[in-house]
Design a protein. Structure first.
Length: 402
């Protein structure tokens, strides 16, 4: 890094810090989602859409994406500095998660110039919300067995079937869609194709799914003779599995190139330390309990280890033994850590952990209970923890399939 670049980066970071200090909204008067998978009301949606656009217009989202498509054209360390400022000031999440983190990077990586110019600016501004059409009601985590049909009819494909766990499907303008174009292909993977599908055509309907928390955020999406242009096909027909696997690399954090910001607010171990000072057990602060204190130390050590692993992953010489070990295990390690951390937070609150948001007996208005219940979604999305363990076993450790 040159002195000039270092100076420019320092000035950018200082400006970002000042901007988020001055502009981060504090109390909008209603509950803000902790993750993009919790956006269940129009009020939450419109607030977060306006917030994302404001951050993008200020130059602190998509800073490292090309200027030709609405980005800032800067180096990645500039976006990293902006994201750090967001976290420092506890800013609300970015709304358009699937667009910012999966679709946009995929388009920059594998898309056509026409598609990049058509879609990316709307992703950054949150004008165009994206959802994902991978999971299906009958196929669970067996993504390769997707059965939604896409039949070619002249200059269109006709879609029939359904997708489930479609995050923000009821708000989305577009969907990244994996569909079966050839039911007679020699293997199930060869018969799949990948589409940048509009959600606004006739024959597409969404039905909200109520979560364990009582909130909404997911939908089931139904396609009934829905027609989309052939131009929506990404790559060649029958190459959908290849494109889907690249998409999952972005979703699981194994490949970089996301727009920046964050789409999930996670409690860190030091916030749990503060909780342990306030929560009471047997008439004394929970942190005074030697067993609780020991567990707290373990969580702090694990959190620091995960953080350092992210840094280590940037340096190839430190990963020569298993180059893909960290990228392929990061999603599993982080989501399971967050789930266990939230579970421990509920343990600290004792009986109050049984109360939820809005109940006068809830600890911190049910924040920790809410965080725990919502933590499960991240261990499922992008491939369940069980699937992730299989990936690590087969592709990192080289163990045979059973």
């Amino acid at each position: 890094m040159t002195d000039a670049h270092q100076k420019e980066l320092a000035e950018f970071a200082a400006d970002a810090d000042a901007w988020f200090a001055a502009n981060t909204p504090r109390d909008p008067g209603f509950m803000l989602p902790l993750t993009f998978m919790e956006v269940g009301t129009d009020q939450q949606f419109e607030f977060l859409r306006d917030w994302q656009r404001k951050v993008w217009e200020a130059g602190y989202l998509g800073a490292a994406w090309p200027e030709d498509y609405g980005g800032g054209g800067l180096r990645q360390d500039f976006q990293d500095a902006a994201t750090a400022a967001m976290k420092k000031h506890d800013a609300p999440i970015m709304l358009n998660a699937i667009g910012l983190n999966w679709t946009g990077p995929l388009l920059l990586d594998m898309g056509t110039e026409e598609d990049r110019k058509k879609y990316i600016k709307g992703i950054l501004s949150a004008e165009d919300i994206w959802c994902q059409g991978f999971s299906e009601p009958e196929n669970g985590s067996d993504l390769g067995n997707a059965q939604l049909k896409a039949e070619r009819d002249g200059d269109e494909y006709v879609l029939n079937g359904s997708k489930t766990w479609t995050t923000q499907g009821n708000y989305a303008k577009y969907m990244i869609l994996l569909a079966r174009t050839d039911p007679d292909a020699p293997n199930k993977y060869a018969g799949l194709s990948f589409f940048l599908a509009p959600m606004t055509v006739p024959g597409v309907e969404t039905q909200p799914i109520r979560k364990l928390t009582g909130e909404f955020g997911f939908t089931q999406t139904f396609f009934t003779d829905a027609r989309i242009p052939v131009s929506c096909l990404m790559g060649e027909e029958g190459q959908g599995w290849l494109v889907a696997m690249r998409t999952l690399e972005y979703e699981r954090g194994a490949r970089k190139g996301q727009a920046g910001g964050y789409v999930m607010t996670s409690f860190d171990a030091f916030q749990i330390v503060d909780l342990a000072k306030r929560a009471m057990r047997a008439g004394a602060p929970a942190i005074d309990d030697p067993v609780m204190c020991d567990r707290l130390v373990e969580f702090v050590i694990e959190a620091q280890g995960l953080k350092l692993n992210n840094e280590r992953g940037r340096f190839a010489p430190l990963n020569q033994d298993r180059p893909m070990g960290l990228p392929l295990s990061n999603k599993l390690a982080w989501t399971e850590f967050v789930r266990r951390l939230n579970e421990f937070a509920m343990t600290l609150t004792g009986a109050a952990g049984g109360y939820y948001v809005g109940d006068e007996n809830a600890f911190d208005d049910g924040l920790w209970t809410r965080g725990y219940l919502n933590a499960f979604s991240a261990t499922i999305g992008g491939g369940t923890s069980q699937i992730q363990r299989n990936i690590v076993a087969e592709h990192v450790l080289g163990l045979p399939k059973k």
